[in-house]
Design a binder for this molecule. Structure first.
Ligand code: B12
Length: 251
């Protein structure tokens, strides 16, 4: 006998539960005008929304208009079918995590990171590694229990691994922001390939992050974990600590 899992239907909540009302924002490349507003309205209708209202139209530079629209969607999602990666470990605050690392590992965790290949976008890796951190969350450099070396942007694969060896890194933090023609996956794959050739794969933890990176993709590429938009340094610090405990427990 097959038992069908109970469905959990979700619809967006605007003014009333299950009313399906969604707020959208977008830019059209025409100056602000009544015709621009009508074009925005028709665009949202074309997306399948009903009861459409353009709540806001503002100038975005000389030639563009920014819109906020409301519309009703008949779509729903069955929450019972949704799967996503969730960290299997608890998350500790700054002081607690530093104390745990000192207690359980008895030394600093060494991490080396950078944005690889020709990619010049350093803001993401800086957000994770630099002292200041991101969204009110201290970066890894600030943790007394971490030794963090941020190599910045346009880091060559070989140099990244040289530095990881020189710093006796426990973890290598690979960032990639440009994704044209899937260059982010290609570069991430090539870096790991070189790590394998140099006998480093399996010895160090390899993390992959960027705006178009998710955990599933990163694991498929061979990384220990993937981190996407909105990642906070404390997510990464906690992950590395727990991964190190796991690796230590392995035969
Ligand atoms: C700032 C910026 C630049 C700056 C970069 C300055 C710098 N020092 O970094 C400059 C002006 C130099 C630049 C140049 C270019 N850029 Co630019 N840039 C941006 C912009 C506006 C913001 C990126 C950013 O800083 N985000 C903020 C950070 C905090 O977010 P994040 O990177 O996602 O990082 C978070 C997570 O992803 C994660 N994370 C990231 N990395 C890692 C790593 C690890 C290990 C972990 C755990 C987590 C993690 O944690 C971070 C915090 O949560 C984006 C558009 C946008 N709004 O996103 C375009 C954008 C990324 N750029 C783009 C392009 C095309 C370029 C250029 C090619 C333009 C050109 N024709 O010259 C050049 C590239 C040059 C090069 N060689 O790479 C495109 C990329 C398109 C694509 N899909 O590939 C974008 C999306 C703009 C667009 N819509 O077209 N850019």
């Amino acid at each position: 006998m097959t038992t069908e899992k109970a469905r959990e239907i979700l619809r967006p909540y605007g003014d009333l539960k299950d009313d399906g009302v969604v707020q959208l924002s977008f830019v059209l490349p025409v100056p602000v005008s009544p015709r621009a507003k009508e074009a925005a309205l028709q665009f949202v209708k074309k997306l399948g929304f009903t009861n459409v209202l353009i709540a806001c139209m503002e100038k975005a530079g000389e030639q563009n208009s920014f819109f906020v629209a409301y519309g009703r969607s008949g779509m729903y999602i069955d929450f019972a079918t949704i799967e996503a990666h969730e960290p299997a470990h608890p998350k500790h605050g700054f002081d607690e995590l530093n104390a745990l690392i000192t207690r359980d590992l008895g030394r600093k965790i060494s991490v080396v990171g950078g944005c690889i290949g020709t990619d010049a976008h350093a803001v993401g890796i800086d957000a994770i590694m630099n002292m200041k951190g991101y969204a009110g969350d201290y970066g890894l450099e600030r943790y007394p229990a971490f030794h963090a070396v941020n190599l910045g942007a346009q880091v060559e694969f070989g140099f990244m691994l040289d530095q990881a060896v020189a710093e006796n890194a426990d973890a290598v933090l690979v960032s990639k922001v440009v994704t044209q023609r899937d260059i982010h996956k290609e570069d991430a794959r090539n870096l790991l390939e070189l790590a394998k050739q140099r006998g480093l794969f399996g010895k160090m933890i390899f993390l992959f992050g960027g705006p178009r990176v998710d955990h599933k993709t990163a694991v498929e590429l061979g990384y220990d974990a993937g981190f996407g938009p909105g990642t906070k340094p404390s997510d990464v610090a906690n992950f590395i600590y727990y991964r190190m405990l796991e690796k230590r427990a392995l035969p």
